[in-house]
Ligand binder design. Structure first.
Ligand SMILES: CC(=O)[C@@H](O)[C@H](O)COP(=O)(O)O
Ligand SMILES: NCC(=O)COP(=O)(O)O
Length: 242
C-alpha cells in the first residue's frame, strides 16, 4: 500500500514572502489529511528559510497521521528531533546555498559520523530513521550496513531527466528499490514528483511504502485548490494500490 505524505514547506515559503501569518502550514496539513494524505513532511532547515520552529511544533501537535521530520544531521536538529519524537526522521544533505536539496547523502563520506554520532542519538530517543539517498545499489548496501530501517530514494534526477534519459533513471530507481527491499529496508521516495511525472515512476518502481510530494503539489493547489490537488493525487496513487 503506497501512502502519500504531503510536504508543506512551501506553504511557509509563501507566508514568509510577506510575513503576514498566512497561509499557515498547520492549516494546510489539516486540509491535506482531511483529503486523504496519510501524513505530512516538513524540512526544518538550519537557516529557517521556510518552516520555522513554531511550525514544526504546531505540525507535531496537529498531524493525526504520519509525521516525517526532514533535517540535516546537525547537533541542533538532532536535539529538536529527539525532543519531538516524530514517526520518522529523514536525514538529508543540506547546504545553505542550495535552492533545494540537490541529491542524496554522500554515503561513503557520512558512514563513520552517522555510525558514531548521529544514529546513536536518534536510537536513544527511539526515533526511526530514514536516509535520503541516491538510487544506487551500493548505497542501499551501505544503508544496510548502518542498520537503518528506511531509505528515501531521491527522485529528483528522474523528475528532471529528459525523455531520453528517463528510462535509465527509472531503471536505477527500480534496481535500488529491489535491493533495499531484499535487504529488509522500507522504501520511501521523493523529490520533484508531481502530476506530470508520477505515473511512469509508479509503474516501474516496486516496493514503495511512502511517497512525499511538496513543491509541485502546492503549485498545482494554487491553481486548483489544495483539497482537489491532494484528493486527486491520492486517487492516482490508489490506482497502483489496487
Ligand atoms: C529531501 C527532499 O527532497 C525535499 O523534501 C527537500 O528537503 C525539500 O527541501 P525544500 O522544501 O527546501 O526544497
Ligand atoms: N522528501 C521529498 C519531499 O518532501 C518533497 O519534495 P518536493 O516535492 O518538494 O520536491
Amino acid at each position: 500500500m503506497i501512502k502519500l505524505l504531503v510536504n508543506v514547506d512551501h506553504v511557509a515559503t509563501l507566508r514568509n514572502a510577506r510575513s503576514e501569518g498566512y497561509p499557515d502550514p498547520v492549516e494546510a496539513a489539516r486540509i491535506c489529511e482531511a483529503n486523504g494524505a496519510a501524513g505530512i513532511v516538513f524540512h526544518l532547515r538550519e537557516d529557517r528559510r521556510h518552516i520555522k520552529d513554531d511550525d514544526a511544533w504546531g505540525l507535531h501537535k496537529a498531524v493525526q497521521g504520519l509525521l516525517d521530520f526532514e533535517m540535516g544531521a546537525t547537533d541542533e536538529m538532532l536535539g529538536i528531533c529527539c525532543r519531538m519524537k516524530p514517526h520518522l526522521c529523514t536525514l538529508v544533505p543540506e547546504k545553505r546555498e542550495e535552492i533545494t536539496t540537490e541529491g542524496g547523502l554522500n554515503m561513503p563520506l557520512i558512514m563513520e559520523d552517522y555510525r558514531t554520532r548521529v544514529l546513536p542519538k536518534l536510537a536513544e530517543a527511539g526515533v526511526p530513521v530514514s536516509l535520503f539517498v541516491e538510487p544506487s545499489v551500493r548505497d542501499m548496501e551501505l544503508c544496510a550496513e548502518l542498520g537503518v530501517p528506511v531509505v528515501e530514494l531521491h527522485t529528483g534526477t528522474y523528475a528532471n531527466a529528459s525523455e531520453a534519459d528517463r528510462p535509465r533513471e527509472l531503471r536505477r530507481l527500480r534496481e535500488a528499490a529491489e535491493r533495499a527491499h531484499s535487504l529488509g529496508i522500507q522504501v520511501n521516495a521523493g523529490h520533484g514528483l508531481g502530476f506530470s511525472n508520477i505515473r511512469p515512476f509508479l509503474e516501474e518502481v516496486p516496493h514503495l511504502a511512502e511517497i512525499s510530494i511538496g513543491h509541485a503539489l502546492m503549485a498545482d493547489a494554487l491553481m486548483r485548490g489544495l483539497p482537489t490537488s491532494v484528493s486527486e493525487m491520492v486517487a492516482l496513487i490508489n490506482e497502483y494500490n489496487a
